[in-house]
Design a protein around this ligand. Structure first.
Ligand SMILES: Cc1cc2nc3c(=O)[nH]c(=O)nc-3n(C[C@H](O)[C@H](O)[C@H](O)COP(=O)(O)O)c2cc1C
Length: 395
């Protein structure tokens, strides 16, 4: 995306209209809108055989609290409380498909059958609370092998337990990052296989949907962007070649999923840097993903390079979700500084996106979704053991 486009987009109708009460906003003319006459934040969303009870999703958020990739009681309580809090879809954090693909040693993983059981218990509980369960499958690429963020998030040396990151090209993420090893054809096939195997394990754990992480500068995004992909083989150069790895991963994962199971892809719709990945390429890619059976594009931005200047403000990524929805005719999820219920509702009612993903605000308040119902005059969906007590007290 060019600098000029950034300016155009950040003051685009989708952005300004959402902030202007009473304005009709970015009503999409996408075909799928015709099938859903009237929707708001708490209208169920049917995707294939799965019905999300609302349009509120918990955005995937790494906890960096796993050991050897295994989920533990922290994940149980962390995810469980957001399900108790009435969140429609719980998307489990970026879960590494190989040990090398972890951002930190604390990342969740699904590279080993033994890791399935630790997630099964959590999934069972989330589903019992009425949430739909999804998991984000990821490979960190050149951003792998770092310390946890509260210890600085800096690259780990081999003495500190670091490992060798891989990438499309030998270009480090930033100055102090290790130079990643470019994946050869065999390495690429192994990555594809690892995504497929992890998807099969997610199925065994009972997840109802899967999201492929192709955003935030991690491996699949780094193949898409010309800033990090300088390959001269069939995986680099033209847009078609840069999209090849993600499309192959999606094709192969879709093949092993039941037909009724939703598949999402998270994209960074722009690198926010001249000459990088941008909205136009994201639209072309989203059309391709749709033909391969992807149901929804979860639209984020940035993360590829540390020096990008991102105009972070309320709902700053919503116009990207609206544009991809409109131009690629595919469902989208909007994410990023969507903190208030009324604003989240407008994103849905005005046709900017089909799903709203809430990140940090759900960390601050696991009951966000229940209070959102209250403020939008909907019946709050307290869990049974709480509901009779708190409702009575309110009267
Ligand atoms: C603690 C934390 C961990 C995150 N981990 C992930 C992740 O695992 N996968 C991902 O795609 N995004 C991740 N993100 C980004 C969020 O999913 C979300 O896109 C971002 O926080 C913006 O939404 P918000 O303003 O509602 O927090 C993370 C964000 C935070 C704050």
């Amino acid at each position: 995306m060019t600098t000029q486009n950034i300016t155009t987009l950040s003051s685009s109708p989708a952005q300004t209209e959402l902030k202007t009460p009473g304005y009709q906003g970015c009503q999409s003319r996408s075909l799928h809108d015709l099938e859903i006459p009237e929707v708001d934040l708490f209208t169920p969303l049917i995707i294939r055989d799965i019905t999300l009870p609302s349009r509120v999703a918990m955005s995937p958020m790494c906890q960096y609290s796993a050991e050897n990739g295994f989920a533990n009681d922290w994940h149980f309580v962390h995810l469980g409380s957001r399900a108790v809090g009435g969140t429609g879809l719980i998307m489990v954090e970026a879960t590494a498909v190989t040990p090398q693909g972890r951002i930190t040693p604390g990342d969740l993983g699904l590279w080993d059958d033994k890791q399935i059981e630790s997630l099964t218990r959590i999934v069972r509980f989330l589903r019992q609370q009425g949430s739909v369960t999804g998991i984000q499958l990821a490979h960190a690429g050149r951003k792998a092998s770092c310390n946890v963020p509260w210890l600085g998030g800096t690259p780990l040396t081999p003495e500190q337990g670091g490992w060798q990151p891989v990438a499309p090209s030998p270009i480090p993420f930033q100055e102090n990052s290790p130079v990643p090893i470019p994946l050869d054809e065999r390495g690429i096939q192994e990555v594809i296989f690892a995504f497929v195997a992890a998807a099969q394990r997610a199925l065994q754990a009972g997840f109802q949907m899967i999201e492929i992480h192709a955003a935030h500068g991690y491996l699949l995004h780094s193949f898409l962007s010309p800033l990090s992909n300088r390959r001269t083989d069939i995986y680099g150069g033209s847009l078609e070649n840069r999209m090849r790895l993600l499309l192959e991963v999606v094709r192969r994962v879709r093949d092993v999923l039941p037909n009724g199971m939703p598949l999402f892809v998270r994209l960074s719709a722009t690198d926010w840097v001249e000459g990088g990945w941008d909205l136009q390429q994201s639209i072309i890619l989203s059309r391709e993903l749709k033909t391969l059976g992807v149901d929804l594009i979860d639209v984020s931005t940035g993360g590829l390079v540390p020096h990008a200047r991102i105009p972070v403000e309320k709902g700053y990524q919503v116009p990207f979700a609206a544009k991809i929805r409109e131009e690629a005719g595919i469902m989208t999820g909007a994410v990023g500084l969507i903190n208030e219920a009324e604003y989240a509702d407008q994103i849905i009612t005005r046709g900017c996106a089909d799903l709203v993903l809430i990140g940090r605000e759900l960390l601050r308040d696991p009951y966000w979704s229940i209070y959102a119902r209250c403020s939008l005059d909907e019946e709050p969906n307290w869990p049974v053991p709480y509901g009779y007590a708190v409702k009575r007290q309110r009267r």
